[in-house]
Design a protein around this ligand. Structure first.
Ligand code: ADP
Length: 263
């Protein structure tokens, strides 16, 4: 056909041993990037070789959350990803001009993703986590095409309106024949000083997404955990020190560490 040869993506080769998780959400602001960054840091703390590909064109929050201090470097035709707290990180934000809004169409995003998978020197990874843009857009299809072995993690809040859109994002997996590993509910409650739980965003969203996806996909989709609202989790993200690395008195960090170990 005279086309250019498709670049080789090591993660999609038959002998590849890297587990690939794509973290998805129905809408922005539910904590998808916070969850991705903390799962990556928790896995690295457990001794796994971890990479994160930040494909969230609207967010780019992963480098800050993981405390990335240097831009990627280039050696020959390969891009060397910066390493932050033992996690290799590449973000679409590292290749855009600061302060400029990103208006990328599907094909550009597909090409960028392809390049980050083929031209970045990831080395031998145990786990690659992808932070996807929110929604059910083209990127989900690109991920399915480029990484047929990628498994989806769906993040939602307990709010029913959020759960509905998360279900739609998750049911994309049916069209693309991808596996949904499970659902993570974030911002589940705020613990009050008397120990009671204030359910700021309501209750039940995570379980509902898990149940509905299970029905749609005709398989068991578990609710992997419920992460409470915590000031320290937000602070950890702002300062580039993910809570799971250091926090001792943090139920949110405990839940995230537990989820990391079940994956
Ligand atoms: P998304 O990637 O879904 O857009 P983010 O991970 O950027 O969402 O989170 C949105 C905001 O909410 C961030 O400021 C983050 O620090 C904060 N946040 C996320 N989860 C929690 C939580 N469990 N407790 C407190 N703040 C949180």
């Amino acid at each position: 056909r005279g086309g250019v040869a498709e670049p080789v993506i090591p993660f999609s080769q038959p002998d590849n041993l890297t587990r690939v998780y794509a973290v998805a959400s129905g809408k922005g602001g539910v904590g998808k990037s916070t969850v991705t960054a903390n799962l990556a840091a928790a896995m690295a703390a457990d001794g796994l070789k971890v990479g994160v590909l930040d494909a969230d064109v609207y967010g780019f929050s992963i480098p800050r959350m993981l405390g990335v201090e240097h831009p990627p470097t280039k050696v020959d035709d390969m891009i060397l990803p910066p390493v932050a707290g033992d996690v290799k990180v590449i973000s679409i934000g590292m290749f855009t001009q600061p302060g400029r809004p990103v208006v990328w169409r599907g094909p550009m995003l597909h090409r960028a993703l392809q390049q980050f998978l083929a031209d970045v020197f990831w080395g031998d990874l145990d786990v690659l986590l992808l932070d996807l843009p929110p929604g059910t857009g083209d990127i989900a299809i690109s991920v399915a095409q480029l990484l047929p072995n990628a498994e989806l993690l769906v993040v939602t809040t307990p709010q029913l309106a959020a759960a509905e859109v998360a279900e739609r994002a998750g049911s994309m997996a049916q069209a693309t024949s991808q596996k949904v590993v499970g659902v993570i509910e974030n911002m589940s409650w705020l613990e009050q000083s008397d120990g009671s739980r204030l359910e700021i965003f309501g209750a039940g969203g995570g379980q509902r997404v898990a149940d509905e996806l299970g029905k749609t996909l005709e398989t068991d989709v578990p609710l992997l955990g419920q992460i409470p609202l915590e000031v320290s989790l937000r602070e950890g993200g702002d300062s580039g020190q993910p809570s799971v690395r250091t926090a001792t008195d943090s139920p949110a960090a405990d839940v995230l560490r537990d989820i990391a170990r079940t994956l």
